[in-house]
Design a protein. Structure first.
Length: 328
């Protein structure tokens, strides 16, 4: 048997690892001026091995329509603030023929992570015709976003699951999400932890349109220690409405610094749909001028401290694989 020095054994191990994961580096850089591994973000994404890797993004605006299908992709903005790195596009359902097709960034791979950047759909800034225009379509499991700004108008964030798969677990921490109609929608199992949720100027603002479709589906949205704000030109501000009959949305310890409609929740189409009898809407320890639990829709739940523990982020996101986001 051949004998190798420690250095030799390490070199052999490195060679074996390279053969296993491919020759592409696990960490790439992107810059708009070309002074990096790649000038476009999609090129960097496509250059990652199947096991994923990290892409460090130099400050700038990247006008690209991005698709992330492999797992383990990490996007990290290298600016001082999330505003310094902007990933933006301007498609809409009205222009491309479908809500999902409109997305600026589409993530279907598992174990996605984004930090310190902005994802935007700016269709509404350049067009007068209202339309669904998604900034981020997130469908992968075990996703984590930290200090990410999600900007749009109608349907800003599609927090959803892949068809035929268990609900995707998604964790948003210290993020900012803005929009107006149904701007956080889908059927994922998502926690928004210490995020700011902002309604932009519009006659009616619906924060959520969760789409749990059956009692057995383990999906829902939990907002924990978030802050809700709104533009002064907002007409009516609502927690949301049920896109599917069993929509599940819970607000815990939320500061409502806006004039939320007293009932909190609205029917999908008043006078035509009847989802309150099946949807689960709940609230615990809200504060701020929009906190008014006594006036809420009668079918909504006012939780006590013990019941609210059921929806604690760690418990809510736990699964058989033992996964919890890295910063708990």
């Amino acid at each position: 048997m051949a004998h190798y020095s420690l250095f030799g054994r390490l070199a052999l191990a490195a060679t074996a690892l390279t053969a296993l994961i491919g020759a592409a580096p696990l960490r790439l850089t992107v810059a708009t001026d070309g002074k990096a591994d790649h000038k476009t973000l999609q090129a960097a994404i496509d250059a990652l091995p199947d096991t994923g890797g990290e892409i460090a993004i130099t400050p700038g605006t990247y006008r690209e329509k991005l698709s992330i299908v492999r797992g383990g992709v990490r996007l990290v903005g290298k600016g001082k603030r999330p505003q310094d790195v902007v990933l933006v596009y301007g498609d809409a359902s009205a222009t491309v023929g479908g809500t999902l097709k409109s997305s600026s960034v589409t993530v279907s791979g598992d174990d996605f992570l984004a930090r310190n950047l902005t994802i935007q759909n700016d269709y509404h800034l350049h067009n007068d015709k209202p339309s669904q225009a998604v900034a981020l379509a997130l469908m992968g499991d075990r996703a984590q976003l930290y200090k990410v700004r999600l900007l749009g108008a109608q349907d800003t964030l599609y927090a959803a699951s892949r068809k035929g798969k268990p609900p995707s677990r998604q964790y948003f921490r210290d993020c900012y999400v803005e929009g107006h109609v149904d701007f956080i929608f889908g059927d994922s199992k998502a926690v928004f932890d210490r995020c700011t949720i902002h309604g932009i100027a519009n006659g009616t603002v619906m924060i959520t349109a969760q789409s749990k479709s059956s009692p057995e589906q383990d999906s829902g949205y939990v907002f924990d220690r978030c802050t809700i704000t709104a533009d002064p030109k907002v007409g009516e501000l609502w927690f949301g409405r049920a896109w599917r009959p069993y929509a599940t949305v819970v607000f815990l310890r939320t500061r409502i610094d806006a004039d939320l409609q007293p009932k909190g929740w609205r029917e999908w189409t008043p006078g035509k749909t009847d989802t309150f009898k099946t949807a689960y809407y709940a609230e615990y320890a809200s504060t701020g001028r929009g906190a008014n639990p006594a006036a809420r829709e009668p079918t909504a739940h006012a939780l006590d401290a013990k019941t609210a523990e059921r929806w604690a982020p760690r418990r809510f996101l736990s699964g058989p694989d033992g996964w919890t986001p890295g910063r708990f």
